[in-house]
Design a protein around this ligand. Structure first.
Ligand code: NAD
Length: 247
């Protein structure tokens, strides 16, 4: 499939799934994980097991969160997020599936967002499920409580995101699988497509007969099964692909 054929297919289809990774938010100033200047270049990964079993691990986890919070909180949706919001407004989007935790799809106007890895705008008690805003949690850390606990039950407070080693949210995953198996076009945008089970969704869509279109700056392991791969910047390529005029 060439670019023009993809534009035509998207113009005709009303069953499109958007699937995004950290790459869609780099143009909003939020670093991704795997690029040379990404989060992993400067931070040690604290997996779920370490978070729950070690206070030192929790302190390091919260230190990283607090350091990253201002740029997450202040980030604005960019042309890529706005393109997906436009697809939903046109009634063409079955679901907006994201691995991101930054809430930028919702802020761009998407209503039907499936968050596979949770959200960083709140912190959740791992024992009773009570939530507080990230602003409040960060303030507690900055005020001298380096690994905050729940006010109600004393359980461990953790950003409401899914860490490595933590179970996926079952309902979100079920909805994502259903949309992926029922779409006509699967648009995988700004994801290295190496994090499973999220990366199994484009494979499922392809097996169910959808056209798979990948937009990513660098190659991905699924390029071989894609109908079209665009190694381009998302903010330029995605609006053109969905037929928006770029301002
Ligand atoms: P990733 O970091 O593994 O991959 C991002 C990909 O996007 C890379 O292959 C990179 O080449 C590409 N990319 C970056 N900027 C781009 C641009 N402007 N145009 C085109 N391509 C671009 O991200 P992932 O696949 O989402 O996996 C990492 C995990 O990290 C996710 O599960 C997510 O939960 C989490 N994460 C989220 C955020 C966020 O919410 N914004 C930020 C960092 C990490």
């Amino acid at each position: 499939m060439n670019f023009n054929q993809a534009v035509e297919l998207i113009a005709k289809s009303s069953r499109i799934v958007g699937f995004t990774g950290a790459g869609i938010s780099t143009e909003s100033g939020i670093p991704d994980f795997r690029s040379p200047n990404g989060v992993w270049a400067n931070n040690r990964i604290i997996e779920y097991q370490e978070f729950i079993s070690s206070r030192a691990g929790r302190i390091e986890y919260w230190r990283q969160k607090v350091a990253m919070w201002p740029e997450m909180r202040d980030a604005q949706p960019n042309a890529g997020h706005l393109a997906f919001a436009e697809l939903e407004r046109r009634g063409k989007l079955l679901a907006m599936i994201t691995q991101n935790i930054d809430g930028l799809h919702q802020r761009a106007g998407n209503k039907n967002v499936i968050e596979l890895h949770g959200t960083t705008v709140e912190a959740e008690c791992l024992t009773c499920g009570a939530r507080i805003s990230m602003d409040e949690a960060v303030k507690r850390v900055e005020d001298g409580d380096p690994a905050p606990e729940c006010d109600y039950c004393g359980g461990l407070l953790k950003p409401a995101t899914i860490s490595f080693g933590q179970a996926m949210p079952a309902l979100a995953m079920k909805a994502a699988v259903e949309a992926s198996q029922n779409c006509e076009v699967f648009l995988a945008v700004g994801s290295s497509l190496v994090v499973y089970p999220a990366a199994s969704l484009p494979e499922m869509a392809k097996q169910s007969g959808a056209a798979l279109i990948i937009i990513n700056r660098t190659p991905t392991p699924l390029d071989g099964i894609a109908d079209l791969v665009l190694n381009e910047e998302i903010g330029k390529a995605l609006p053109l692909l969905i037929g928006m005029t770029v301002g």
